[in-house]
Design a protein around this ligand. Structure first.
Ligand SMILES: [Zn+2]
Length: 432
């Protein structure tokens, strides 16, 4: 069937003219030179069947062609995904990332299949870990990640600069970029922040689901009117030590405050477009434009509710019915509570109304608003319980590439979206 499409492309057949897409295949004028009423009923049926068969063959051939091209591109890009929560999978289940896992969304074989060579592994600590407990838990996660790095030195290596990423990927290994998800994890102490940087952590979201003592979150009641003076100091310190400010999760006011203070590009590691899915975690068009002026990058999140309004409305109903009180626990009891929550969430995994086309829509929208140099991907794989159809795990990323190709994106554009833009920000903030 591939050859049928190739022949049409080469103009050998002359009967069929494929449109831009195979579902727009048109009949050549020549076939209408015999008035349809002169054909017998049987001939008309045969002709109709022939046209249908050719259309189907062309559609299949075209989609194979696009999928093949998408896989080829994804094999050659330097793929960077701005956010995953795979470290949770590692710490709670001690999974071996070198194997293709029966569940979860990321492991080394699937990263290779999806063309994602430098994933950002988030060290996320729930906000009910407060004070020194949050620091202790961050160290546990960093240690869990170190065990993976030590165990599979031939397959995955810690990357602490843009040059590191290029070198490690050049050696056909996965370049692990480490990040922190939640400013509460520094326990209001810039010394802790600096030590995280020394541990190879390259970015930090200023908040997670709740406000910190110094910054408002997008999913909590405003308390500080954005960033406090100490919050602004955190941004300045991150600039000074070469750590990327990540504005995913923060309130709109915190976002604008951070942009006013920072002298370096910032990222939204995993946020989508609020004009397509109205949730506070997503970015308005004005925020996307401001991010572009700052030279930053938004990694479009694949959380179904951040891409599709129907999924967003269901999420809102679910969140408002849940008890929002956070436990007051410490030590092992705190870890037990977190473990229970992890397994409860894991068992709720399902495919949403959103599809890979919704992810492409958001990328397309963000590119139109912010420009091609300011958009990337930030899957949030292993951190989401509602995934888009055809984008259920990292091995499916080539489906997104195919969706972008169908929309007319060039290989050069796709290289930027799939990692080039994030690599530029790492170069500018962390250094070569
Ligand atoms: Zn998150």
């Amino acid at each position: 069937m591939g050859s049928a499409y190739a022949e049409f492309q080469a103009g050998k057949k002359g009967l069929i003219t494929p449109g831009k897409f195979a579902d727009m295949v048109l009949l050549d004028q020549e076939i209408f030179s015999v008035p349809p009423e002169c054909l017998s009923k049987r001939m008309r049926s045969l002709l109709a069947l022939f046209v249908l068969a050719v259309n189907l063959c062309s559609a299949v051939a075209f989609s194979q062609d696009v999928n093949g091209e998408a896989s080829r591109i994804q094999d050659h890009v330097l793929g960077i995904d701005g956010h995953n929560d795979t470290v949770q999978h590692i710490i709670y289940e001690n999974v071996d990332l070198a194997n293709r896992l029966p569940d979860g969304m990321i492991d080394i074989p699937r990263l290779r299949e999806g063309g994602i060579h430098a994933p950002f592994f988030a060290l996320w600590v729930p906000t009910y870990y407060s004070g020194s407990e949050a620091v202790r838990r961050t160290l546990d996660l960093r240690d869990a990640m170190q065990r993976v790095l030590d165990r599979h030195r031939d397959q995955i290596e810690l990357a602490t600069s843009a040059h590191d990423i290029e070198r490690i990927v050049g050696q056909k290994k996965i370049a692990a970029v480490l990040t922190i998800e939640g400013g509460h994890q520094i326990n209001n102490d810039l010394a802790v922040l600096r030590m995280y940087r020394h541990m190879g952590i390259l970015a930090m979201t200023l908040t997670h689901f709740r406000n910190t003592d110094w910054g408002d979150s997008s999913t909590d009641k405003p308390e500080h009117n954005g960033l406090t003076d100490f919050g602004k100091q955190v941004v300045r310190e991150m600039n000074a030590i070469g750590m990327i400010v990540d504005i995913s999760h923060v309130s709109d006011k915190t976002f604008y405050d951070a942009l006013q203070i920072t002298t370096k590009p910032v990222i939204a590691s995993h946020s989508s477009c609020r004009s397509l899915s109205d949730v506070p975690r997503n970015m308005t068009d004005d925020m996307l434009r401001a991010l572009a002026r700052n030279g930053g990058v938004v990694g479009v999140s694949f959380a179904a509710a951040f891409l599709n309004q129907e999924d967003a409305d269901e999420l809102k109903r679910k969140v408002s019915s849940e008890n929002a009180v956070e436990p007051n626990l410490t030590g092992a009891a705190l870890d037990e509570r977190a473990t229970k929550e992890y397994f409860d969430d894991k068992h709720q995994l399902q495919v949403g109304h959103a599809t890979v086309e919704d992810a492409a829509n958001c990328i397309d929208h963000a590119v139109k608003v912010a420009g091609i140099d300011h958009v990337g991907i930030g899957s949030d794989f292993d951190g989401i319980s509602l995934v888009p159809r055809d984008l259920e795990d990292v091995s499916k990323v080539p489906n997104l590439t195919a969706a972008l190709l169908k929309r007319g994106y060039s290989e050069r554009d796709i290289r930027k979206i799939m990692g080039g833009n994030f690599l530029r920000v790492i170069q500018q903030v962390v250094g070569e």
